[in-house]
Design a binder for this molecule. Structure first.
Ligand SMILES: Nc1ncnc2c1ncn2[C@@H]1O[C@H](COP(=O)(O)OP(=O)(O)OP(=O)(O)O)[C@@H](O)[C@H]1O
Ligand SMILES: [Mg+2]
Length: 573
């Protein structure tokens, strides 16, 4: 940077007086206060014949050009490399931070918003780092060099001109402040756009079924148009920086021409020096202009930076203790001791003083009306959430004392909704256990009654399942999820039975697969199937966050009116 700036200055400061010496055969005149070594160079140049100088000049130009561009290339390469590395690290850090957040974070933040921060906001910072920071130093340095040249040529004139400089800085910084506000709004609009995209492409079936394509198009266009308007608002202001600096440049030019031009006419100053001074002042205009644009990029980046730090600074609400223990494989029981839980202060308690014991190897069925907290209760076991009062323990160890890995390694979850990755069938089954063999994958698939339909797929286990498993039926998806749980081979199984009806053929397969999966494990089943309930060692009836009955099927039919009602209306035979 230093070298290229000096070259730029040197090119200018050498060429003009040299041309004057060659073409007009004039000696180079310099002010008396130049440093001694420059005086010596000038004296030598004055001694050389103009003809000899002319043959020497092309080589000087060529040499300087090569050197300059060599340095520029190297410098720009290095700067870009640094900025790309910074961006790569920011993206990864953001992703890591998002991944390490607790479940509550994801139910509060829109996915589109998070994606927007990793893509759009980081891009804004990239612009600033790769262009602005480079330019800030580069142009700043150029300006400094030209100022030095100008001062060494004509101190008084230079002093007057640079006194006017702050006049231009003021309106430009004012513009910058406005731009930062606009940038914040446009980043928010971009997050809206991303959210709509995700929701409407993910939920395309609902959109089609309700014929709301037009409505969604209009909604998208609305946000898109808001983004456009904000962008234009900021462009309108950005475009002002150039004329501002140009006008300032013109004022400088006028001062120089009127004042120094007169000195040239009175032979007090050589034409060569006049041109050199003029050129050095005019050369500052372009870097000043670029600095104005740098200001815009930096303001946008600062606003993006705030949004990124909002996430980077955020600590997960559920954290592992620093001295967390390794939880050994369950031997005795899972114990809920007077557990109280709520999602947030305003919405009130979801679980109210739950006491429940699940002995190892038991199948415990949890039943209750919809929205009573069955899924919530199950979510406390892998510590997706922490109770605010009471504790959940495994073999007498509070699960808040142990590492996530040692706890969650033991727990398999087959959830209400199956989620499959857009990857091969094999990768979906072996998720989290990438090192397992093909035989193990196949054996799990067989136990999950999935092998046969997988083999019928075009590439068998290597078939890619579309996003959210679009190419599979509901029952097939469930069986892949069951195979995944079999591969994990957890000691504790949490089974959240889907209420959606499968056709009886599919249902039979899923049921048999689940039966195999449950064998030999401690199972907490949020049950809707009568077959699961009848097999259970213990049925827990939950109502509005409280346990209102515990027992076997026959006992509860007599003792719990709620259970009887559920049995008559909800359980699928
Ligand atoms: N992430 C969340 N944030 C805030 N409230 C929630 C959240 N998840 C669930 N709830 C609320 O907590 C209550 C219990 O929900 P939960 O999912 O545990 O019910 P459920 O018994 O599993 O119902 P279902 O049988 O329909 O699955 C409901 O009132 C629900 O609205
Ligand atoms: Mg549920």
């Amino acid at each position: 940077m230093l070298v290229t700036s000096i070259f730029k200055g040197a090119e200018l400061s050498m060429l003009v007086p040299l041309m004057d010496r060659i073409l007009n055969q004039k000696k180079i005149i310099v002010p008396d206060h130049l440093p001694e070594f420059l005086n010596k160079i000038v004296a030598q140049l004055n001694a050389i014949e103009p003809q000899a100088l002319l043959t020497f000049l092309p080589f000087v130009i060529l040499g300087m050009l090569l050197l300059k561009h060599g340095f520029v290339y190297l410098y720009q390469y290095l700067m870009n490399d640094i900025s790309q590395q910074v961006m790569r690290d920011v993206r990864s850090q953001l992703y890591n931070k998002i991944q390490s957040q607790s479940m509550d974070f994801f139910s509060k933040k829109r996915t589109g918003e998070l994606i927007s921060r990793i893509t759009h906001d980081v891009q804004l910072i990239e612009n600033a780092v790769s262009y602005a920071v480079t330019d800030l130093f580069f142009q700043g340095f150029s300006i400094l060099i030209y100022i030095c040249i100008a001062f060494s040529i004509h101190f008084k004139a230079a002093a007057i001109i640079f006194l006017v400089f702050p006049l231009i800085a003021l309106p430009i910084s004012q513009l910058g402040r406005r731009l930062r506000k606009i940038a914040k709004s446009s980043q928010e609009r971009m997050a809206d756009i991303n959210s709509i995209l995700l929701e409407t492409i993910g939920g395309i079936k609902v959109v089609k079924a309700f014929c709301t394509e037009r409505f969604e198009m209009d909604r998208f266009h609305g946000k898109n148009h808001q983004f456009y308007k904000l962008k234009m608002k900021s462009i309108k202001r950005t475009l002002l920086t150039n004329p501002l600096t140009e006008i300032f440049g013109a004022v400088c030019a006028i001062i120089i021409i009127l004042w120094l031009g007169r000195q040239v006419m009175h032979q007090e100053l050589s034409f060569g020096v006049f041109v050199l001074f003029f050129a050095s002042i005019m050369s500052t205009i372009s870097p000043v202009k670029k600095m104005g644009n740098v200001n815009l990029l930096i303001q946008q980046a600062l606003s993006a930076n705030e949004r990124i730090y909002e996430i980077l600074d955020r600590q997960p609400t559920i954290q592992e203790k620093l001295d967390a223990l390794e939880l050994p494989t369950i031997r005795e029981r899972i114990h809920f001791e007077n557990v109280w839980f709520r999602y947030d202060e305003e919405s009130g308690d979801v679980l109210k003083g739950i006491n429940l014991e699940v002995k190892v190897g038991e199948l415990v069925a949890i039943v209750g009306p919809t929205g009573t907290g069955k899924t919530t209760l199950a979510n406390l076991i892998p510590r997706f959430y922490d109770p605010y009062k009471g504790r959940v323990s495994i073999d007498r160890t509070d699960i808040r004392q142990v590492t996530f890995r040692s706890l969650r390694r033991q727990i398999g979850i087959v959830a209400q909704e199956t989620f499959l990755f857009n990857d091969t069938v094999r990768a979906n089954i072996a998720y989290g256990c990438p090192q397992i063999s093909q035989e193990d994958v196949e054996s799990a698939a067989k136990k999950a009654y999935a092998h046969d339909f997988i083999m019928k797929m075009p590439q068998g286990y290597d078939t890619i399942i579309g996003d959210r498993g679009f190419r599979l039926s509901g029952g097939e998806k469930q069986r892949i999820a069951i195979a995944r749980a079999i591969v994990k081979n957890p000691a504790i199984l949490i089974l959240d039975e889907a209420t959606s009806q499968l056709d009886s053929e599919s249902e039979k397969f899923v049921q048999e697969a689940l039966d195999l999966l449950m064998q030999g494990r401690t199972v907490i089943a949020i049950a809707h199937r009568l077959s699961t309930i009848k097999k259970a060692d213990k049925i827990v009836v939950l109502d509005r966050g409280q346990v209102v009955g515990i027992g076997r099927h026959d006992e509860l039919l007599n003792s719990s009116p709620l259970y009887r009602r559920l049995y008559e209306t909800q359980f699928q035979t």
